[in-house]
Design a protein around this ligand. Structure first.
Ligand code: 5GP
Ligand code: ZN
Length: 136
């Protein structure tokens, strides 16, 4: 896509702090890090979200993400690491080219230490299960 910032980075038309590249995958530092070393892993092919992405590209991204996660975790002296992937605005997606965040974490860094978990009412979990399984 011409006006997609991540496609422009893939084509070398916009700069990035490149960490890794192969035929399918590119990885670079996030320009607005939650913590130093916050890294993005993207397929070179443009897909807006997880819903459209080809499984081959997803598998390639996850395999690369694992290797880079180990490097980021060690290099940043992190105590933990989140692998995050946001789809559409309600989930926090701002760049419409699928990407995986690798976020090194430290105790007390203030980025969601725990999420506010809800609970299911009586019979609700069974209904949810049926609705999801009916679409597989
Ligand atoms: P999202 O909210 O879509 O999951 O995350 C998009 C991420 O891309 C953000 O963390 C943001 O800082 C990062 N980002 C946006 N534009 C650029 C850019 O031009 N270069 C780099 N390296 N990261 C970017
Ligand atoms: Zn793109």
């Amino acid at each position: 896509m011409t006006d997609c910032i991540f496609c422009r980075i893939v084509r070398g038309e916009a700069p990035c702090g490149k960490i890794y590249e192969d035929d399918r995958v590119l990885s670079f530092l996030d320009i607005g890090p939650i913590n130093p070393g916050h890294t993005l892993v993207i397929p070179k092919a443009h897909y807006a979200t997880l819903f459209e992405a080809a499984p081959e590209d997803l598998c390639a991204c996850i395999a690369v993400a694992e290797k880079i996660a180990v490097a980021v975790f060690g290099a940043m002296g992190a105590g933990g690491l989140n692998l995050l992937q946001n789809n559409l605005r309600p989930a926090g997606q701002r760049v419409d080219h699928i990407h995986f965040h690798l976020i090194p974490r430290h105790v007390g860094d203030g980025f969601f230490p725990n999420w506010p978990a809800k609970s299911y009412g009586p019979g609700e979990m069974e209904k949810v299960l049926e609705r999801i399984k009916a679409r597989l």
